[in-house]
Design a protein around this ligand. Structure first.
Ligand code: C2O
Ligand code: CU
Ligand code: CU
Length: 576
């Protein structure tokens, strides 16, 4: 699968193509058949700006047998979105199902009305155009159903797909093209084959909908033919409830390079890690010590947990078999380090919030601080740009992969221990809490105000109401654009200009060793200060301030940014 074989124009502008994803075509590399199963499927690549049509369709998930599922543009899982950071993503989502839908872009920072909140439902027969600038770091994100109390059912029946952000500035000679492989891991029930039956009873509502066989990219018993070289695997747990303990059958070590929010600061060697619903982990795996004709299987190892057989957490499962077939080289390397992540300083925390997860025997069973989800209730407000510590206490005997919208967290501690496993360290939007565990995360909402969700990503728990609404507020009228750290200070010309009634002023704060403060003030033509848009401590980043001078007359004004030794003034023209 070469780039040239992809029709998707969007990919052509990406210098280091991900090959992921067109339909696998066999070239002349086939050697002997080393085992049974089905070749790994790759969803088609979405053409930016096009339609995503949800429909109830019959597909052959298991060869020769019909399965009633939800497809997106005829595909299960949905098409893979591959988009460059900085581009504007646009998709017209068409609901040809007989029930409400919304689409949520998991891990991606988007304006509140683009986030797929269940209040923004798309009714049957209707459509909605989602459009937003891609400001996230390069990384493996995904999209999925999020309609009120229908998320679990619709995801189980097929409503999910990859959302991969490519950052051309991340130039580390990682394996790419045919050697960069997305793996969406989902469990289903052998007893239901070939159906994706979804009728959760009390047991499923309590523990989640757990299967006993694994599909990868919608492929049952999958295998992938690989070369004796280094691969990048992007693992997404797209299951409703199952938590996998990922490892290889030969217990080989590999390199964890990415978490939910993109690359870590450096690869970390590991032999296993936990992957809960909604989480992503990227790894580099080297097959060069394998002989041609050998194989190795990616597995979920056994671990102890509650529930009853066969649908219980912790049962051992095969995920995908890699058949080593030739000596091709990916040319990829395991870099010594990636760009540093600037870790939040717990001393800068301005608000601490506590969330206690509880479980009761009759529905609704799962609560956060004694509450179940109310679509029209706002449970708390968080100001933009304020560093918060969220202390999440799991008072139950089950696992809960907790997830926030609109931001990436940094995990601070597990049970008070700040020495964290490698898949916790980095940017995270979903963090699994083991039974009885307390996890602290640091979070700062930087880009968008509005209504967002905090919930358990065990989708049965979510639909049972283990979800709260919070509102990100904008008390100072300034927000950050992405997580980029600019090279130098700058005050950009406002836009629009001339303006009425409001204008936006962008500025860049570069990294500096000292404790940085900034002032953004507006003066009239006589030099009198008429507004103070910002005055205080600030971190490096790209910012945007809004100015709406309701009671000032038309005329010329000046905005001045002072930060560190930088000072610059721009001219603004108000025309009422
Ligand atoms: Cu991936 Cu609100 O969920
Ligand atoms: Cu999400
Ligand atoms: Cu839960």
């Amino acid at each position: 699968m070469l780039l040239g074989s992809l029709a998707a124009g969007a990919l052509l502008s990406i210098p280091k193509p991900l090959q992921i994803f067109a339909n696998e075509k066999k070239t002349a590399i086939l050697t002997e058949v080393t085992g049974s199963g089905n070749p790994l499927r790759f969803p088609p690549v979405f053409t930016n700006g096009g339609n995503l049509t949800l429909a109830q369709t019959t597909k052959q998930v298991w060869p020769g047998q019909d399965t009633q599922i939800i497809t997106i543009n005829g595909s299960y899982p949905g098409p893979s979105i591959v988009i460059q950071k900085g581009q504007t993503f646009t998709a017209n989502v068409i609901n040809n199902l007989s029930e409400d839908i919304t689409t949520h872009w998991h891990g991606v920072s988007v304006p509140a009305n683009m986030d797929g909140h269940p209040k923004d439902k798309i009714i049957p027969g209707a459509s909605y155009t989602y459009t937003f600038p891609v400001i996230n770091r390069g990384g493996t994100y995904f999209y999925h159903a999020h309609a009120d109390m229908l998320t679990a059912k619709q995801v189980y029946r097929g409503f999910a797909g990859f959302f991969i952000v490519v950052d051309p500035a991340e130039n580390y000679n990682l394996p790419s093209g045919n050697f960069d492989i997305p793996l969406c891991i989902q469990d289903r029930r052998i007893a239901d084959i070939p159906n994706f039956n979804y009728n959760p009873g009390n047991y499923e509502m309590m523990w989640g909908m757990l299967g006993d066989t694994v599909l990868v990219n919608g492929t049952p018993d999958p295998y992938l033919e690989v070369s004796r070289t280094l691969y990048r695997f992007r693992l997404l747990n797209g299951s409703n409830a199952r938590v996998y303990k990922i490892a290889f059958s030969d217990n080989r070590s590999f390199h964890i390079i990415g978490t939910d929010g993109g690359l870590k600061d450096a690869p970390v060697t590991a032999t296993e890690f936990m992957l809960a619903p909604g989480e992503r982990v990227e790894i580099l795996t080297d097959f060069s010590s394998n002989t041609i004709g050998s194989n190795v299987t990616l597995k979920s190892l056994a671990y102890t947990h509650g529930g009853m057989m066969p649908y219980k957490q912790g049962i051992p499962l095969d995920i995908i078999r890699f058949d080593v077939v030739n000596n091709n080289s990916s040319g990829g390397i395991v870099p010594a380090a990636f760009a540093p992540i600037s870790y939040y300083n717990p001393a800068d925390v301005v608000n601490t919030r506590t969330f206690t997860l509880t479980m009761s025997p009759s529905p609704p069973m799962h609560k956060i601080n004694g509450l179940t989800f109310d679509i029209s209730r706002i449970d708390w407000q968080t100001p933009l740009l304020a560093l918060e510590k969220w202390k999440i206490i799991n008072g139950t005997a089950d696992m809960h992969p907790m997830h926030t919208h609109d931001a990436q967290w940094q995990v601070l501690s597990r049970n008070g221990n700040t020495n964290l496993p490698p898949n916790d360290k980095g940017w995270k939007d979903t963090v699994n809490l083991n039974p009885g565990e307390t996890v602290e995360v640091l979070v700062k909402f930087i880009s968008y105000k509005g209504l967002y969700l905090f919930h358990c990503h065990n989708l049965e728990h979510e639909d049972d109401g283990m979800m709260l609404n919070f509102e990100v507020t904008d008390p100072i009228g300034i927000h950050q654009i992405g997580t980029e750290v600019p090279q130098s200070f700058e005050l950009h010309q406002n836009y629009p200009n001339p303006f009425n009634p409001e204008t936006k002023i962008k500025f860049d704060i570069a990294q500096s060793n000292s404790n940085l403060t900034a002032e953004l003030k507006i003066f009239d033509i006589q030099g009198r200060q008429v507004a103070e848009l910002y005055n205080g401590n600030i971190n490096a980043g790209k910012y945007e301030a809004e100015w709406k001078p309701e009671s000032l007359p038309s005329g010329t004004y000046f905005a001045r940014l002072t930060a560190d030794s930088f000072s610059k003034t721009i001219k603004l023209v108000l025309t009422k």
